[in-house]
Design a protein around this ligand. Structure first.
Ligand SMILES: [Zn+2]
Length: 244
């Protein structure tokens, strides 16, 4: 499996940056995990949109979905030009219902609700989901292919049930929105770099890649904090390619 990081920022993109978006591929299966602001333009640097197998959204916050609304126009144009035959499969949690209901566009999106505890097959991938602790329903995503395991945290606070879900992942892509002093000061809904690293250590993952950075955050400080408990931690880099 190969992961290409398309965007690392949240809840809005910094200058010349993009919000959450990750292309995961193996063989002919290519899925886009989240599709935040700026992701569509970057995706096309690596991937023919007409060969995209599916899009999976961890949750329906706009920093994770806003470019989906324009990706739909690209699918529509491709179908009108005869370059794509069917709709683009889109998997997303069904709540908030008023946002979920806006995801379809003409007949260009095949929309499937996904839930915690479910397993689905997309091409060569088997995906399973765990509800996280966030301000709206959100799913952590586990992807298995060819004996390799990848986990994406989505957006979440720390909670112990994440550990068995992540256990022994070859690559754990984890949000690290905060430094630990932010958590101590009462910030919620996201992880600190220290919490992300603790999860990686407890779950004995192979590699930890940190993402979901607030523009202006001190990334060196974030990495230092994570490496204090998980020395192999890395910062996800936009455009970076990682072998799972
Ligand atoms: Zn969120």
């Amino acid at each position: 499996m190969q992961l290409i990081v398309l965007g690392t920022d949240g809840p809005y993109p910094g200058a010349s940056k993009a919000c959450s978006g990750y292309l995961l591929s193996y063989g002919n299966t290519k899925i886009l995990l989240d599709c935040g602001s700026g992701v569509l333009a970057r995706l096309q640097c690596h991937q023919d949109l007409n060969q995209l197998s599916a899009v999976v959204l961890s949750h329906l916050h706009y920093d994770h979905i806003s470019d989906l609304y324009v990706l739909r126009f690209a699918v529509d144009a491709a179908r009108q030009a005869g370059l794509r035959s069917g709709p683009l499969p889109l998997y997303a949690p069904p709540k908030p219902a008023d946002v979920f209901s806006t995801l379809e566009y003409k007949d260009n999106i095949a929309l499937y609700p996904i839930h915690g505890g479910e397993s689905i097959e997309i091409g060569d991938f088997i995906l399973s989901f765990l509800p996280t602790a966030h301000s709206i329903p959100c799913l952590a995503v586990h992807v298995a292919a060819a004996g390799r395991q990848f986990v994406y945290s989505g957006d979440t606070e720390y909670f112990p049930a994440l550990v068995p879900f992540i256990a022994k992942a070859h690559l754990f892509l984890c949000e690290a929105s905060y430094l630990q002093h932010d958590i101590i000061a009462g910030k919620r809904n996201h992880l600190s770099a220290l919490e992300a690293a603790n999860l990686a250590r407890e779950a004995a993952v192979d590699k930890l890649l940190l993402t979901h950075f607030a523009p202006g955050v001190d990334l060196e400080e974030l990495l230092t904090e994570a490496r204090s408990v998980f020395p192999r931690a890395q910062l996800a880099r936009e455009g970076g390619k990682y072998l799972v």
